[in-house]
Design a protein around this ligand. Structure first.
Ligand SMILES: [Zn+2]
Ligand SMILES: [Zn+2]
Length: 372
């Protein structure tokens, strides 16, 4: 009897150990399953509508990053958008390049939020906008980091790799744009700022991974970027264009819209749809709206560099950006001048030349209309 009892006890100890073992293994599996789930916590990409310009907020697992902050008059709007999203601290702030439509609002953001890392290209611009950003960095005791191509950074459950610029000199300020490829599980998002053909070619040549599910269209849909070869390398399912309604540059350009359409890419655009939000669970990407169906290209209103704020020339544009010349009396008039109406048609000539150029040609300003 005693022997049996001992044997039974041994068996029960073994059984308990076995069950414990099973329990431990299932527990382990459970923990592993939970681990996969947590690495797939949602990533949000907010393409904020800032009119003509760029501002993108990226959130992952309690961490946040902002790429650009729109023009000078958009800083406060971006700030309140971030606050509504519950952002108190930004892990990364990227000023893609020193053009006003990208870093104009950045001084407000850097001033108002705790920013762990601020990234800007190693390229400065002699503008008040750029100075304001530099001054704010100084005031907050921050130093802008110039990231290198190939560098990878962690943002919550996501990570991003810098794909441009390289460390050389470019002719266009746009080609200094910091470009990044954001990775979240199986999903990828590409942001290239205003990178033009030169930078695109370089990204292709260095054979980095560029493929992305979502491509933020370069330079607001300008034909200066998004070349066919580059788009084919990115091979996106979706494209997002950030531009202003009826902007003066004619963004997005018809060439780019046609290319996106031919490649069967679904397009979202802030000028027609406002702020666009993409959510990734690491496998699928969902959107807060359906893609845009208009395929409408912008209409250019004169040629002008996008380095200048869009409002600057409006006054001159209203009167055709021009003066009226009397080729007989060699006088320069504003179109509104009363003497223009009296002028003989054969002596009347419209010009877009500056007053300085005209004075060189022997013209003198009309005392009535040109004296301020
Ligand atoms: Zn630019
Ligand atoms: Zn731009």
């Amino acid at each position: 009897m005693q022997k049996r009892a001992i044997r039974n006890k041994i068996i029960s100890i073994f059984m308990a150990a076995f069950l414990l073992c099973i329990g431990w293994m299932t527990g382990l599996q459970g923990a592993e399953a939970a681990g996969t789930e947590s690495s797939n916590s949602l990533l949000e990409v907010h393409y904020i509508d800032v009119g003509q310009g760029d501002a993108t907020l990226i959130k992952s697992d309690g961490h946040a990053m902002l790429i650009d902050a729109g023009n000078n008059n958009k800083g406060t709007a971006v700030q309140s958008y971030l606050q509504k999203q519950g952002i108190k601290k930004l892990d990364y702030v990227i000023g893609t390049h020193p053009d006003a439509d990208h870093i104009g609002g950045l001084d407000v953001i850097i001033y108002k939020f705790d920013c762990t890392t601020v990234m800007m290209p190693d390229y400065s611009k002699d503008t008040k906008t750029y100075e304001e950003v530099v001054d704010t960095l100084k005031a907050k005791n921050y130093k802008a980091l110039h990231p290198k191509t190939g560098d990878t950074y962690q943002l919550g459950d996501a990570s991003f790799t810098v794909t441009a610029p390289s460390e050389r000199k470019y002719d266009s300020a746009n080609d200094y744009s910091i470009a990044i490829r954001l990775e979240h599980g199986d999903n990828h998002f590409l942001f290239v700022g205003d990178a033009e053909e030169e930078s695109e070619q370089e990204m292709l040549k260095t054979k980095q991974k560029l493929s992305a599910d979502v491509y933020k269209v370069s330079h607001h849909g300008s034909r200066s970027g998004t070349t066919e070869g580059f788009l084919k390398a990115v091979n996106p399912q979706y494209a997002v264009i950030s531009c202003g309604e009826d902007n003066s540059y004619g963004h997005p350009h018809a060439e780019v819209m046609n290319l996106l359409r031919t490649e069967g890419i679904k397009v979202f655009r802030t000028d027609e749809q406002g702020t666009i939000v993409a959510v990734s669970d690491g496998k699928k990407i969902t959107w807060n709206m359906s893609p845009d169906e208009s395929w409408r290209a912008g209409e250019p209103k004169g040629t002008r560099s996008d380095a200048e704020p869009a409002v600057k020339n409006t006054k001159e544009e209203k009167n055709g950006g021009s003066y009226i010349l009397n080729t007989n009396t060699k006088k320069v008039h504003r179109p509104s001048c009363s003497s223009v109406k009296k002028m003989a048609d054969k002596n009347k000539k419209k010009t877009k030349k500056s007053l300085k150029e005209l004075e060189k040609e022997g013209y003198t300003p009309c005392q009535n209309c040109m004296d301020k």
